[in-house]
Every structure is written in C-alpha cells, then in structure tokens.
Design a protein around this ligand. Structure first.
Ligand SMILES: C[S@@+](CC[C@H](N)C(=O)[O-])C[C@H]1O[C@@H](n2cnc3c(N)ncnc32)[C@H](O)[C@@H]1O
Length: 260
C-alpha cells in the first residue's frame, strides 16, 4: 500500500514537471514569468550577482577582445546553455542584421540597450561615419552594456545615452545634431512603442524612407503599436515571423517604412 502511494506521488510530481516544462517551452507568458522573474531571482540570490553581470563574465571568459562576432556567439551560448536573457537573440538577430544591411543607414537610434547585445549586432554592420545612439534607462544595465560594447571594440561607433526614451526623443536633435534617423530599432518596454513613434513624428525625426524595426510585437506583444503602423497611411508595414529569443514561442519583428 505504501509503495503504491509512493509511486502515485512520484508519477504526479513527474507529470507536474512535464506540464511545467511544456508550458515554459510553448507558452509566452509562462516562459517570461519563469525566465525573467523566478529563474533570474533564484540565480541572483544564489550567486549574489545580477544576470547582466553574469553575462559580462561569460563574454570576458569566452569571447575574443575586439571581435564582435565572438561577443555575439558568447552571449548566445550563455543564453542557450546557462541563462535565458531578453536580448533580441540569434534567430531574430539575423533578421535585424539583414534589415540593417539593406537600409545601410547613416543615422541609427536604438531604444532599449540592456547589455548591448543588439547594439553590438547593429554597430558591427555600420558604415564608417554612421551616427548610432542607443538609449537605456537602467544605469546598472548601461554600465554592463558599455563594457560589452568596449570588449567588442565598438565603443567609437556607439553613443550610449542613459535616460528614458520619452525624455530624450524631444531633445535628441538639439543634443546630438541629428536631423532625422534612417533606421530605428524599438526594443524597450512594449507600452512605450506607440507613444515614442508618435514623438518621432511630432519632433520631425523621420524622413520619407526611414525604417522602424520593432521587436517582440507578438511576445510580450505590442497590439496598439501594430494596429497603428498597419493602419496608418504614413507607413508601409511588414511582419517578419520568428520566435521569442532562445525559445520556441512565437514572436516576430515588424518593419515599418515611413512614407512621409
Ligand atoms: C528587451 S531589453 C533590450 C534588449 C536589447 N535591445 C538586445 O537585444 O540586446 C529592454 C531594455 O529597455 C530598457 N528600457 C525600457 N523602457 C525604456 C525606456 N522608456 N527608455 C530607455 N530604456 C528603456 C530596459 O531597462 C531594458 O534594459
């Protein structure tokens, strides 16, 4: 009888774990709750460090100084084999690379630097003389991003600005001598995409032909932004299907061409 009870308990626990594993692999909300809250806090407590600090260590240990490709690979390896992190990731990163290469911009803005993964991806593809501003409001992430960008040898190609996008956009022309942006990568908190695109319009930061690329339009999702760019006559918009970074959960990028 005791043996039977033990078997039932073990089977229930195994079933519960299997269900949890399935949910974390396939369901966007469960994936984000697990990786970005439970797992991160657990590691932070156990290691007395932060995820960005651990990512920086992985770069310093495994990447070659001055070699952006090796920095990107070291971060992707860390995120696939040690800890998930909210970088655009390798799969969507390839789409980002192809859009940057196609636009070949002279002026670039990135909203949401985090640890500098996408910054390194973008900066390594830019032609000499391109102005590239990346914005991050979390000082601890910005500090790590500066170190990772410098480790990749790209510090002279990027201006990292610490602050909130909504405060910076209205001042960007005056502070950085920019007239308009050729390419903008939106990858900050999702509820800021719509207000910030409206700020770009209001402050004349877009020209006919400017390209906006927005990450995570499905997971966590940016429904108001998508509705806006897909229905406004001022944009021609296209969805690039992919997956949430380092998972099998559906996600994608929205590329929007400003028509003037
Ligand atoms: C998804 S992560 C960026 C990932 C990064 N682009 C990459 O692929 O490596 C989002 C980042 O945006 C920052 N952020 C969120 N809202 C912001 C805002 N309004 N202004 C500036 N930074 C913001 C967060 O602190 C976080 O580090």
């Amino acid at each position: 009888m005791e043996c039977c009870l033990l078997t039932v308990c073990a089977a229930s626990v195994a079933l519960l774990f299997a269900l949890l594993y399935f949910l974390v692999q396939r369901n966007g909300t469960c994936t984000l709750i697990w990786h970005a809250f439970i797992n991160e806090r657990l590691y932070d407590t156990l290691t007395r460090s932060t995820r960005p600090q651990r990512m920086l260590k992985a770069v310093q240990k495994n990447a070659i100084r001055g070699n952006p490709e090796s920095v990107i690979s070291a971060i992707d390896y860390f995120c696939k084999h040690s800890e998930w992190a909210m970088n655009v990731g390798d799969e969507k990163g390839c789409i980002l690379d192809s859009v940057v290469t196609e636009v070949d911009p002279s002026t670039v803005l990135e909203l949401g630097t985090y640890c500098g993964y996408s910054t390194v991806r973008i900066a390594r593809l830019l032609s000499p003389g391109t102005k590239f501003i990346t914005v991050e409001f979390n000082p601890a992430s910005a500090e790590v991003a500066r170190k990772i960008i410098a480790y990749a040898g790209l510090q002279d190609k990027v201006t990292l600005v610490e602050g909130a996008s909504g405060d910076l956009i209205p001042q960007i022309k005056k502070l950085y001598g920019i007239t308009t942006f050729d390419f903008i990568f939106l990858d900050h908190w999702k509820d800021r995409y719509l207000p910030d695109i409206k700020l770009f319009e209001e402050y004349g930061l877009l020209r006919k032909g400017s390209v906006l690329l927005a990450d995570n339009v499905i997971c966590p999702g940016t429904p108001e932004y998508l509705e806006y760019v897909r229905n406004s006559p001022r944009y021609e918009s296209r969805y690039y299907p992919s997956h949430l970074e380092y998972t099998k959960v559906e996600d994608g990028l929205e590329k929007s061409l400003f028509l003037g």
